[in-house]
Design a binder for this molecule. Structure first.
Ligand code: ADP
Length: 606
């Protein structure tokens, strides 16, 4: 995706560069062309002025020569050899002075009567130039001008001809009697043009190059000559009958520099002075401009790239900074959220803790109340037994008292004393029973001290002795010696009484009625272990899970409230112990109380 975009940009840039270079080239070429054209025009102007001034210089010469004294004499008497000779010499002198090529005079027929080269090899004297255009013009009374190659001397030259009239002050209707001609060499211009590196040509009205700093173009035409021009050339022998072909037919090497040109008319014969500015130079300068443009584009591209890179880096830095800030914000947010959650959780925990505390205190009060209620219930149950228990000594006391009254009446003091002793004994045992009851009914929790489990078991069994006797159940008690735990003696007894009572209930209808109490020490766990086992039916499966639930009972309302085990369990737990129950492998249920041993100096007192 990115690579494709880069490729596209590169392509676009290359296209733009090409376009800019192309445009620059075109514009620069146009500018160079116009510059060159201006330069060429200036150069041409100078050359043209030069040429014009030369031509001008010679323009009046043939006219002036017409005034030579011998001119008319020779024209009217060509046989006057003396005059001819004098004229020839005069012509020669003037030719040499004026630096013209030749000065000569023609008669009405175009035959040369006198000439500055009369004594030279190619003398014009006697030659007929009647076919030459300059003669034809001049004999008609007009100035004749012509450029051509001399058909005797074979040297090119510019011919200026003026008519000569019979009288010096030419009258109306006079016809020329002869023609005065001056031949001028224009080759010196070629020399001045040599310094120019660009081709310069002078062409005639027919488009034939007759002067040029490129000699190979001379006597060639710019274009193919038209038929009338060709015919005229043949008639005038202007270029000594040289075959005139276009420059474009020359070998390519010789054509070099031919093409676009700047031209300017010069002279009176429809000549054109032409300059051919170097195309290659213009192209070179245009190419240089195009290259400069290309260089500029490359520099532009580099700066753009640098700028783009810089901007990209900035953007990236900005993006990473933003990302960092976002991350920090997110982190802050998360921290705030977590803090909030934690605070909420903390508050929830605090609330739960408060509730728990509340529940705990509720539980504690409930437990206390339960303990109390259990005691009261037990008290109610015990009340009947107590009544029976107390009735016996009370009846005995009454009987002993009644008998004592009789013995006293009979004066049997010894018998009275014995009876009183019995009464005292019986009342003491009653007091003991009541005392126990009183201790049981007391709302406990205050006394935390060393408790001898053996004494607690004995007290409990004693408390229930009438029940054991009534049911004819034997309590088999196995106890090694004093086993001390920490706790409340009354409560401990309450637990044991409870368990013994349940055992008694369980064995009530059993064929073999037996309750075993075993007290032992688990030295390894530093615990006192009290096992109360009965020969009853055991704990039914459906009862087992609810055993320690308050108000769970399988007994009739007169017999049980379902609080005994719940209270016992909570008492044992309060003493850091455990109360558990299971069915013994030899039948019947076994309840096990485990309590931590009292820490003494010698470790154990079992
Ligand atoms: P209660 O004795 O008033 O019913 P407990 O909490 O002491 O209340 O006993 C709950 C129940 O546990 C009793 O109703 C009885 O079904 C069962 N249970 C207690 N001890 C024994 C035992 N030694 N043998 C069989 N079941 C027992």
């Amino acid at each position: 995706m990115r690579a494709r975009r880069n490729l596209l940009i590169l392509t676009l840039f290359l296209a733009a560069t090409l376009l800019v270079c192309g445009l620059t080239y075109r514009i620069a070429l146009g500018r160079a062309e116009s510059d060159q054209r201006n330069q060429a025009a200036a150069q041409l102007q100078i050359a043209a002025l030069d040429l014009e001034s030369i031509l001008q210089k010679y323009e009046a010469l043939p006219f002036a020569l017409g005034f030579q004294s011998d001119v008319r004499q020779v024209l009217q008497h060509p046989e006057d050899a003396l005059s001819v000779d004098r004229l020839n010499r005069a012509f020669k002198t003037i030719q040499q002075q004026s630096r013209a090529v030749n000065i000569f005079m023609l008669n009405r027929q175009g035959v040369t009567l006198a000439s500055s080269n009369w004594d030279e090899e190619f003398s014009y004297v006697g030659r007929d130039f009647g076919f030459r255009p300059y003669f034809r013009e001049a004999i008609l009374g007009r100035a004749g001008r012509f450029y051509g190659i001399g058909n005797i001397s074979s040297e090119p030259g510019y011919f200026i001809a003026q008519p000569i009239y019979r009288r010096q002050d030419q009258a109306e209707g006079d016809l020329p009697i002869g023609v005065m001609v001056v031949k001028v060499d224009l080759a010196e211009f070629e020399h001045t043009w040599r310094s120019s590196s660009d081709p310069i040509t002078l062409t005639d009205a027919g488009g034939v190059v007759f002067l040029s700093n490129r000699p190979e173009w001379k006597y060639h035409s710019l274009q193919a000559l038209s038929a009338p021009v060709q015919r005229e050339l043949e008639g005038t022998h202007q270029y000594a009958d040289l075959p005139i072909t276009p420059v474009s037919t020359l070998p390519p090497a010789l054509q070099r520099g031919f093409g676009t040109h700047v031209s300017r008319p010069v002279g009176r014969l429809g000549w054109q002075l032409m300059l051919f500015p170097s195309q290659a130079r213009m192209q070179r300068s245009a190419m240089l401009s195009a290259m400069a443009a290309a260089l500029f584009m490359v520099a532009l591209a580099i700066s753009l790239l640098a700028w783009y890179q810089h901007r990209r880096r900035l953007q990236e830095r900005l993006a990473s900074r933003n990302a960092l800030r976002r991350a920090a914000e997110e982190l802050d947010q998360k921290i705030a959220q977590r803090t909030e959650e934690l605070t909420a959780a903390n508050q929830a925990i605090a609330a739960k803790y408060a509730k728990l505390q509340q529940t705990e205190s509720l539980l504690r009060t409930t437990q206390d109340e339960l303990v109390q209620a259990g005691k009261l219930a037990m008290l109610g149950q015990m009340a009947a037994g107590m009544t029976h228990e107390l009735n016996q000594p009370l009846a005995a006391i009454r009987a002993f008292a009644d008998n004592s009254v009789k013995f006293l009446a009979r004066g049997q003091a010894a018998q009275v004393a014995e009876n009183l002793e019995h009464i005292s004994h019986a009342s003491a045992s009653m007091g003991k029973i009541i005392g126990q009851l009183k201790g049981f009914a007391r709302k406990s929790g205050e006394a935390v001290a060393a408790v001898d489990l053996r004494q607690a078991v004995e007290a409990s069994v004693r408390l229930l002795s009438s029940d054991f006797e009534k049911q004819g159940v034997e309590a088999r008690i196995t106890m090694p010696g004093p086993v001390h735990v920490t706790g409340d003696a009354v409560r401990t007894e309450q637990v044991i009484v409870n368990l013994l009572r349940n055992a008694l209930d369980a064995v009530e209808e059993a064929p073999q009625q037996c309750v075993c109490v075993v007290l032992e020490v688990d030295a390894e766990r530093q615990q006192a272990v009290l096992r109360i086992r009965d020969s009853g039916a055991g704990i039914a499966d459906e009862v087992a899970p609810h055993l320690f639930e308050p108000f769970f009972t399988t007994k009739s309302s007169s017999k049980g409230l379902g609080l005994g085990l719940a209270i016992s369990s909570s008492i044992v737990q309060a003493m850091n112990g455990q109360l558990s129950a299971h069915n013994h492998e030899q039948g019947g249920a076994e309840f096990v109380v485990r309590l931590p041993l009292l820490k003494t100096e010698n470790g154990s007192d079992g």
